[in-house]
Design a binder for this molecule. Structure first.
Ligand SMILES: [Zn+2]
Length: 326
């Protein structure tokens, strides 16, 4: 625990713009009366301290669905002596509010920064919940464009998938961007943000907490859950090498638990990506088709990853399109 962290639970600030709207409060009260429990989207967001002052909420290893209310990504915050940086904000406005309340259970220091690690909705759609704190919202230099192209689609899909749990969700575009690196001073603690070349997406940002040696890799590292290629297979392999050279003591993935041996976790992801590259190249060499590649490449990895059937074919398709012209 950082020496600056205050343990007394502090309420979320009494800003009417920040709290649940009356209809949602009424809805929640009825729900609790009828069922005796709060719905998933209104439940407290559990965090664990994975390093001194570094707090992680681990999302469910599932696709977004009403049962998990979109709580599927890893989110968290890092507490310095003077300020707090939030890292990712969840898949809905309600989850952003829950993360904000989790920060307030730990410290009443100001939330000065909200870092959005990449465009995917499970990481960014809760950002508006932090607006009352007036933080600097920060993302990769390519993030505003990616949000402009996809943000509204993501918001509509969250509303369709989650209904009331997605109430109030809207897209927030960061006003500050990182093109290479940037440091954030939390007071006695410096975070180093790094904008990566295209890998998981074309807008991946990682956060290194120098004080604890924690590298918040977000979706540059998937643990147990199959990685999803939305950027570049070959680029991602290169970025994995960069992460390994960074000398971190621990890595926080975007999905799954903090690995006891992060080198092994990177090795597993590298093996998966390399098996797709090798398989797709073999199909291309014999002038095979995309359909053939999807039907045969990388299937020996199927028992090793959660959600394999949901993403693997898409990954092979993305790899085929990328490697077709190399
Ligand atoms: Zn992602």
């Amino acid at each position: 625990m950082s020496r600056s962290v205050r343990h007394a639970p502090a309420p979320v600030r009494a800003n009417p713009a920040a709290g649940p709207r009356p209809r949602r409060v009424l809805c929640l009260c009825l729900w609790v009366l009828l069922l005796g429990t709060a719905p998933a989207w209104a439940a407290d967001l559990a965090v664990s301290e994975v390093a001194p002052g570094v707090y992680l909420h681990q999302g469910a290893q599932e696709e977004t669905a009403p049962g998990n209310a979109g709580h599927i990504a890893n989110l968290g915050f890092i507490v310095g002596d003077a300020r707090v940086a939030v890292i990712d904000t969840g898949g809905t406005y309600a989850q952003g509010l829950a993360l904000r309340a989790a920060v307030r259970r730990v410290t009443d220091l100001p939330i000065a920064y909200v870092v959005l690690t990449h465009v995917h909705p499970d990481h960014v759609l809760g950002a508006a919940a932090f607006e009352p704190d007036g933080p600097e919202f920060i993302g990769h230099a390519n993030l505003p464009d990616a949000l402009a192209r996809r943000g509204e689609f993501y918001r509509e899909r969250a509303a369709a998938d989650l209904g009331e749990a997605a109430a109030g969700t809207r897209v927030l575009v960061p006003q500050s961007v990182v093109t290479a690196t940037r440091e954030l001073d939390l007071g006695g603690r410096t975070l180093e943000l790094r904008a990566h070349p295209t890998a998981h997406t074309n807008n991946d940002l990682s956060i290194l907490d120098r004080a604890s040696g924690t590298l918040w890799a977000s979706d540059l590292l998937f643990v147990d859950r199959v990685p999803a290629i939305d950027g570049s297979l070959l680029g991602w392999l290169g970025v994995l090498d960069d992460l390994e050279r960074g000398g971190a003591r621990r890595l926080v993935p975007g999905h799954g638990p903090v690995p006891a041996d992060w080198h092994a976790a990177i090795a597993a992801q590298r093996r998966y990506l390399q098996s797709i590259a090798a398989g797709v190249r073999a199909v291309l060499r014999r002038r095979g088709t995309l359909e053939e590649a999807v039907a045969e490449v990388g299937l020996d990895e199927s028992g090793r990853w959660l959600l394999f059937d949901d993403y693997h074919r898409r990954n092979v398709t993305a790899a085929f399109v990328e490697l077709e012209w190399e």
